[in-house]
Design a protein around this ligand. Structure first.
Ligand code: CA
Length: 332
């Protein structure tokens, strides 16, 4: 157990004793905000922070959707700009979205980004400070909404992307459209070998996927629903996750139900992470869901308001991204 975690537990225990005995007020014996001890803000004043990933030296890179900037937090905690990405179109849900560091960064010094252009959503690769080179274009964009945007490397070494239906729900069931899908590609933007339909599509029937993570080799995704149910899905190659025929659970042959569903009024899920045995799912309706892989659990960190991304950092911390700030936390 970390010293800080022990301290938090000790403080919580002290508070419990105080409450139980009534011999002293909380302010006399414990810090005024026990919860705050487990969460530390590492960047603030951000312009729609969207994704974070890490260089091998521990530097955190993050995107700001609205400023179109890649920025960084160095090991000493200093926040600075890396570069502004050209050609990014910003609307309600469009802009500079996902970011993933190459798992071979020590050899290739390559970073991948997902962003909205004037005509599409696209994935590009770059060396920091240099002009991004698109590797996959033609992911449908919506005027304002349903852009998807999460990218992550899987344990198989391929790059996965969650896309949106671009407000054209027919895209989700069209295996020749890159919209409403989870994609799986090589570092050159080609369909990964073994993909179920011979193209970039890995799974389909999605509305708007903004969260991807793995528990061992098993992929999980979050999905934002229309007006009834948001979803946590267990993703297998080639499966149909139902949209637009199904939103949440339904009984239609050939369509796969979510592991768990929540009312759209409480979730609107974005990034997810598997950290210390639990799934952490960001919620744009506020707080972070802490879940077992069967979806049971509830919200923590509600004091942070809207959360956009969750990442298990190489420093052993859970990184929690809100639109305006990035925090490190212990997951409790
Ligand atoms: Ca579904």
């Amino acid at each position: 157990m970390s010293p800080r975690r022990s301290l938090v537990l000790a403080a919580a225990s002290a508070l419990a004793v105080v409450v139980a005995t009534g011999t002293a007020t909380a302010s006399e014996q414990v810090p005024s905000d026990v919860t705050a001890m487990a969460i530390k803000q590492v960047a603030g004043g951000l312009k729609e922070a969207w994704a974070v990933d890490f260089l091998p030296d521990g530097t955190a890179l993050f995107t700001e959707k609205d400023s179109k900037k890649i920025r960084k937090i160095d090991k000493a905690g200093k926040v600075s700009d890396v570069q502004t990405v050209p050609g990014v179109s910003v609307t309600k849900e469009a802009g500079l979205l996902g970011l993933a560091v190459s798992p071979k960064y020590a050899q290739d010094q390559t970073v991948f980004i997902y962003y909205t252009s004037g005509s599409d959503n696209r994935i590009a690769k770059l060396k920091l400070g240099e002009t991004p080179q698109p590797i996959l274009t033609g992911i449908p964009r919506g005027a304002q909404y349903h852009q998807g945007g999460r990218i992550k490397f899987g344990p198989d070494g391929y790059l996965y992307a969650g896309t949106g239906d671009a407000k054209n729900s027919a895209n989700a069931q069209n295996k020749n459209s890159l919209g409403g899908k989870i994609l799986r590609i090589t570092a050159d933007g080609k369909p990964a070998p073994g993909n179920p339909f011979g193209n970039a599509v890995y799974s389909y029937g999605h509305r708007n996927v903004q969260g991807l993570t793995w528990v061992g080799d098993q992929l999980y995704s979050s999905e934002i629903g229309e007006s009834t149910y948001d979803e946590l899905n267990k993703i297998d190659a080639g499966k149909n996750y139902g949209w637009p025929k199904c939103e949440g659970n339904c009984d239609v042959a050939g369509m796969t139900n979510p592991v768990k569903q929540w009312p759209t009024s409480s979730a609107t899920p974005s990034g997810i992470a598997f950290y210390q045995g639990k799934l952490y799912m960001a919620a744009l309706k506020g707080g972070t869901y802490k879940l077992d892989t069967n979806g049971s659990g509830g919200k923590i960190y509600t004091q942070l308001g809207r959360t956009r991304d969750e990442v298990a950092g190489p420093d052993g911390q859970l990184w929690v991204v809100t639109p305006s700030a990035i925090h490190t936390a212990d997951g409790n």
